[in-house]
Structures are given as structure tokens and as C-alpha cells.
Design a protein around this ligand. Sequence first.
Ligand code: HEM
Length: 512
Amino acid sequence: MQSEEHPPLRDRIPGVRRLTRLPAQLLRKNPFEGDIIPARVPLFAPGSKRPTLPFPHPWNYWKPIRILETYFWEAERDEGPARHNRFLDVPGFPPVLVTRDPGVIRAISTATGAKPGQFDRDTLPSSGIARATGEDSLLYANGESWKRQKKLATPAFARTTLFQPEQFREFADTFRNTAVQRLEVLDRLIDQPGETHRISLEPEIKAVMLEMLVNNFFGASISYEEIRDRYVPGLDYVIEHIVRDTVVNKVGCPLHRMPNFTKGIAKAKSASDVFEELTDLAIEGRTEGRGLWAQFRSDAPDDALRSNIRVFLAGALEATTSYASWAIAHLARRPDMQERVYKEVCDVEDYTPEALAELICLGHVLDETLRLTPSLYFHPRRATVDTWIETTAGKRMRIPAKTHILMDVWHANRHDDHWGVDVTGYPALDFAPERWERIAEQNHEGLDLLHFGFGHGPRFCPGKSLGQMEVALVVGAFVKLFRFEAANDENLERAGVSTKPLDGVMLDVTRR
Ligand code: HEM
């Protein structure tokens, strides 16, 4: 990456860059330079039949994947870089670059960080998250503030901490007990082995995930009933509000200052109170050093940690629920793969890192799940200055300062150019854990085939080890107890903060 470390004067005076760019915008000059030139997407395209407009507004914001799709409408006709890189450039506004090109995604992710001239995480698509959790968090902050948050919060989640033998055993035991106990409740619904029951699994997965996080990880002791009936619905509503708030609340008014104009606002306020209560309960264990707090070495006051705790609670719940829901939804449509995973896990009681590493087929199922249906479907970035990026193939692109960048991981991972038969042996749109066996056999450089499921570069997910352990335990425990078949043939998605199966993981379940 090359960038101007000290931004020119026009970027330091608000509004000047916008004015200097206007003539070129009116002349429809492509603002990108180099070997990778993205193609322009029109703001309006009457008669084109594209899915929606290329920006979120109050009538399309709940279909974000259709918005991304709009950028690549008829892109298959293009050859070269324009096929996977598109932009919108509306006079008076900064350009928007949408990329489903893994080389470009990797280069931009690597060049994101706190050093002068590096890309920021774009805060625009997460303004609703910041209003609900606070701006001073690892997820939302940029620059020095992000660096401070990272230093403070990530050591507790690091693989080296979590996978210390004693620490790991304690978490793995409590996590496993939680998962098995909760899934056995489902078991009781089914009177006889061989009897089939139809259930929507997502609410159960969510409750187990939240229980693991608040009770096992943060050392609280909240009853399962309260978690399922009070805190999960409260958090669900906060998350639903976040998505709406990001698009609709253009004035940036915090929720607690909003008058109760509508029932929705009143409901969001009461959900936000429930969220605060849960945050208090998660922090409470700190003084006694319960759960993760035993590992946490910092003299930062509790208040300085609140935003991050809120992000961990809401974000981790979303991401782990999405990941486990998708894995089970995919296995429900592949009974052969379900049996292979069962053979691996049926005798496993011990979830040490070594035991987890032996579960090769489960590992491939989880990798394939994150590839085909990534929980976080796009990663937002912002160019702080005019920046040259370079891919590992040596291709370069100059991205103008202030450009909003959407790294469209969902469509990158689903394109045959990157993951199809020629590259991995299986069509990109198929759920085929076998592709990972083939990739391993071909001894592909892991780095060539990145699915970005946990991100890449300095803003990589700090919760990866914890999240993977939770998801492997829940999926493993479920396969061990039940045989299950999808109630619907198609496995469609809905997307908000994260993606999830549209039907809430509707399954026909039989006890083994
Ligand atoms: C297992 C499911 C999870 C998935 C699939 C996931 C995915 C991701 C991804 C893709 C990113 C990078 C986003 C970007 O580059 O813009 C990310 C960042 C992040 N994740 Fe996760 N995550 C998971 C679990 C967790 C957990 C359990 C926690 C915490 C308890 C967590 C906390 C975070 C935070 C704080 C960031 C922002 C890091 C930064 O900007 O420096 N995640 N996650």
C-alpha cells in the first residue's frame, strides 16, 4: 500500500475535497486509477430489472444482499477487473466502491489499521450499532482509540489465553454441559426414539449461545428461563432496532433522547434497558474474578469497558447464532455428511484443542459454512487519504480519499471464478465440505483461498477461538443427539446485522 501520510490541505478543510471533486464527477470521470478499474453503476436504471436501488433507503434496507447484488447486475458480461469491482459516484458525495474480488478484499483488509494513511473501518453502516453500544468500542472505533481498545480487550480472547490447558478445560466443560443440558430439553419433547418432531431451532441456539457467553464466559448466574424469555427477546429487539436506526435515524439522535412517538420507539427503549441490565450482570463478576474476568488484567474502570461488553454480548450472540444455525441448516440437507460428522463426534467427550483438531470432517463443515454463508456478509472500510493498493498478483488500484468501500464477502465467496469447479472441484453455490479435502490434497497455499469468515488483517475477529469452540460444541452435541432433516428444500437467507437461514432453521428432528 502507498498513501499520502499527510493529507493535502483540501482534505483537511471540510467540504473542500467535495467541491474540488465536483467537476470531474459531473464529467463522469472514473475516480479510480491503475490496473484494476471498477465499472460505474448508474444511480437509477429504469427498465433494467435490477433488484433494487444501489443504496439503502427506508423501503429496501431489510434486503441488504439485494442492494449488493444490484452492484453486480449484469456484471457477468464484463471480463477483467470490472467483473468483480463496481462503483457508484453521485456528484457531491464520496464514491462508493463495492468489491467481490478476493485479491482486492485481501489487499484492503491488510492495509486497514491505525497507521497514518491506512484504511479505517467505515462507521457509516454501523452508526446504529454505535448508538446502541457506545462509540468507544473495538468494533466501531478507528485510529488511536481503536488501538487502545484492542490492547485492552483482546488479550482475554486470544488463543493463547483461551487454550491454556486449565483455562480451556474449565470453559469446555461448562460450555459442553450447557449445550448438552439445553439440547436434552429438546430431547424430552420427543417421547420415543424414531418419533419425529418439527422445531424451529434458531431460538434454542440463540439461548444456548447467550447462556455460554454470560454465565460461562462472564461468570454470571442467570437462569436459563430468564435468558430465553427475557434477555434473548430484549437483545433481538435491540439488534432489529440497530438495523432500522442506521438507515432511518439520519439526525443521529440517541434512543434515550427520542420521544415515544411510536410503539416501536417505546419498545426499543425498554429493550435497551434489558440490554443495560445484562451488561451490568456481565460486569458484576469482575470484582470476584469469575469466568473470563480471572484472566483480565487491567485497572480500567468498569465504565470504560461497557461499550466493549455490549459489543461482545450483542455481536458475539449474533455471529455465533448465525454460524451454528447455518451449519445445522446445511447439514439438514446433507444426511450423508451428517452421518460422517456423527461418526467423528459419537465417542468424543473431551473437547481439548487436540480433540477438536482431530474432528476433520466437522472442521470442513464449519469452514464450508462460513464460506458459503458468512455471518458478516460485507466488511465496510473507508479510505482516509488517496491510497494505492496492490494485490498479491501485482495488480494495483488507486482509491480516492473518503471512498466508502463495501467488501462484499457474500458474493465473493459464491462466485465460480473464485470458488467454482475449476478452482476447488465443486460449484461455488453448492454446500460441499468435500472441497476442503480437495484443497488440502492439492496442498493449496491456504492464503490463496481466503473466505474472510473471520475477516483478515489487523481488524481480524478477536473472538474467533471462543466463537469456533462454542459453535463446534453446539453443532457436535446436536449431531450426537439427533438425526434431522430440513423442513424446506431451499436454504434461503435473511440479513440484518448478520445473515441467518430465512426459515429460522425449521427441522424435522428424530432422537438417535
Ligand atoms: C463465531 C462467530 C464469529 C464470526 C463469524 C465473527 C466474524 C467477524 C468478522 C468477519 C470480523 C471482521 C469484520 C471486519 O473486518 O470489518 C469480526 C470482528 C470482530 N469480532 Fe467477531 N466473529 C465471531 C465471534 C465473535 C465473538 C465471540 C466475539 C467476542 C466475544 C467477537 C468480537 C469481534 C470484535 C470486537 C470485532 C472487531 C475487531 C476490530 O475491529 O478490531 N466476534 N468478527
